[in-house]
Design a protein around this ligand. Structure first.
Ligand code: DLL
Length: 433
């Protein structure tokens, strides 16, 4: 079902008009209410009146995570604190957290975004959702929570962790859907198997997976193991949280909620806008946000956009999967490597479990990549020759994809640390700074 056809199926002209109107209002607001943006616009010699339509967006300054950190905690908020009714924060890998503030209207838009997303997956008020994203400063838990309520579904506020209980309650409460990171979904699948409750005893049919990159192979793996339909949900705290984009039943790219968030793709090197279809860094402008409105926020996420109408009837611009981040791209012996490329190789091989860790080190000035990966039960053997052969096979396959060699460390089934939230897949021991 299409939750809000007026907004999700707008014609190109209607959308252009709405986005232009919203952008003009946004620029007016930030110019007057956020000293940071007024200064940035003044530096560029820009006045709010210079922005006449959405096409003028390229004139506006970019915003980065560093700008949010520099203005920690509330420097970029555009309304007084009396209007902020919720805070979230994202820790990131380094430095101060970035703090996000929401007004009542922001939260109401957010809930509607998630309701749009869940109905695009085919969910409705009869569905019972177990929300296994963390509740707290992370936007995953509470974001999904209020979205399920807005849809009219039933929410089980599980949060992450306590996997045995998760499984038990999903079973006992007849959960038909669950939301978690894709890596936690795999862990849950495995724990279900171990608990000896057959898949058929669960009523699960829909999975809401995001917060970390995943691949088509991983989707297949999750769907097969859990007997559900697994959908992608994307978002980031700075822009709102989960639900900035979501798949529909076509599973052909994720629909961006572009009446609220205007997407652009830029080259991370030149910062120039790139045309639809080309891969680059995703940038969002929040067209309606009140608490923390952002102009051209650089997500660092790499993907491409597609403006063609989807077979589902929605006209919103779709984004491809995130293929990596412009800042977590690994450069190993001069070669650009995205962890997702390695994940794809691992997931293609029937002998391996999708649990892995990439360890990068520098030995005698040479970068070394070690891929630690768990062997599937039934394929693990005490016979050294068998394991050596398997290592060779993986190394060969990785080399053909990445053009660099990797040391493979095979670990026994069920021994790699499982993740309950965002999986940590990379340990970079090189001191490159
Ligand atoms: O991860 C919000 C979220 C919660 C999205 C639950 C989906 C589900 P942050 O903690 O601020 O917010 O992290 C945002 O996570 O810039 C991407 O790099 C990555 N990310 C989020 N969703 C996806 C996805 C939440 N579906 C950062 N695919 C983003 C790939 C994703 N990467």
């Amino acid at each position: 079902m299409i939750w809000n056809p007026t907004k999700e199926c707008m014609s190109a002209d209607e959308k252009h008009h709405l986005q232009s109107q919203r952008l003009r209002k946004l620029v007016e607001t930030v110019y007057h209410c956020t000293p940071f943006y007024r200064q940035k616009m003044q530096e560029l010699g820009l006045l709010p009146d210079d922005i006449k339509s959405i096409d003028d967006i390229v004139k506006l300054p970019f915003t980065t995570k560093q700008d949010l950190r520099d203005n920690y905690p509330y420097g970029l908020f555009a309304v007084p604190m009396s209007q902020i009714i919720r805070l979230h924060a994202s820790s990131g890998t380094t430095g101060r957290p970035t703090v996000v503030g929401y007004t009542r209207r922001d939260l109401s838009i957010w809930s509607e975004m998630i309701a749009r997303c869940l109905s695009a997956y085919g969910a409705d008020q009869n569905d019972i959702f177990s929300v296994a994203y963390g509740y707290g400063l992370f936007t995953g838990g509470l974001g999904l929570h209020y979205g399920v309520e807005h849809l009219g579904g039933t929410v089980i506020p599980m949060s992450s962790g306590n996997t045995c209980k998760q499984i038990q309650l999903m079973h006992d409460f007849g959960a038909t859907a669950f939301a978690s990171t894709p890596s936690y979904a795999l862990y849950i699948a495995e724990a279900m198997e171990k608990a000896g409750i057959p898949r058929e005893k669960f009523k699960l049919r829909i999975g809401v997976f995001g917060a970390e990159p995943w691949t088509e192979n991983m989707r297949r793996e999750i769907e097969n193991k859990l007997g559900i339909s697994a959908y992608n949900i994307y978002g980031l705290s700075e822009i709102m949280g989960p639900g900035v984009s979501h798949e529909c039943e076509q599973k052909d790219g994720s629909h961006i909620v572009d009446d609220h968030f205007y997407p652009e793709i830029i080259s991370p090197e030149t910062l120039q806008s790139l045309p639809y279809g080309e891969q680059g860094e995703l940038v969002f402008t929040t067209l309606t946000k009140e608490g923390l409105p952002l102009l051209r926020y650089r997500t660092k996420d790499l993907c491409s956009l597609n403006a063609e109408k989807c077979a589902c009837g929605r006209t919103s611009v779709r984004m491809s999967r995130i293929v990596g981040r412009s800042d977590d791209m690994l450069i190993i012996r001069g070669v650009n490597v995205f962890p997702s490329q390695i994940e794809s190789v691992i997931l293609e091989m029937k002998e391996l479990e999708p649990h892995y860790l990439l360890v990068i080190d520098r030995v005698n000035n040479l970068d070394m990549l070690e891929v630690q990966v768990e062997v599937r039960d039934g394929f693990y053997s005490d016979e050294i020759t068998k394991m050596v052969e398997l290592k060779k096979k993986i190394a060969h396959r990785l080399h053909s994809v990445l053009s660099i060699s990797a040391d493979i460390k095979l670990v026994e089934p069920y021994t790699m640390q499982r993740s309950e939230g965002k999986a940590q897949r990379v340990v970079d021991k090189r001191n490159l700074k």
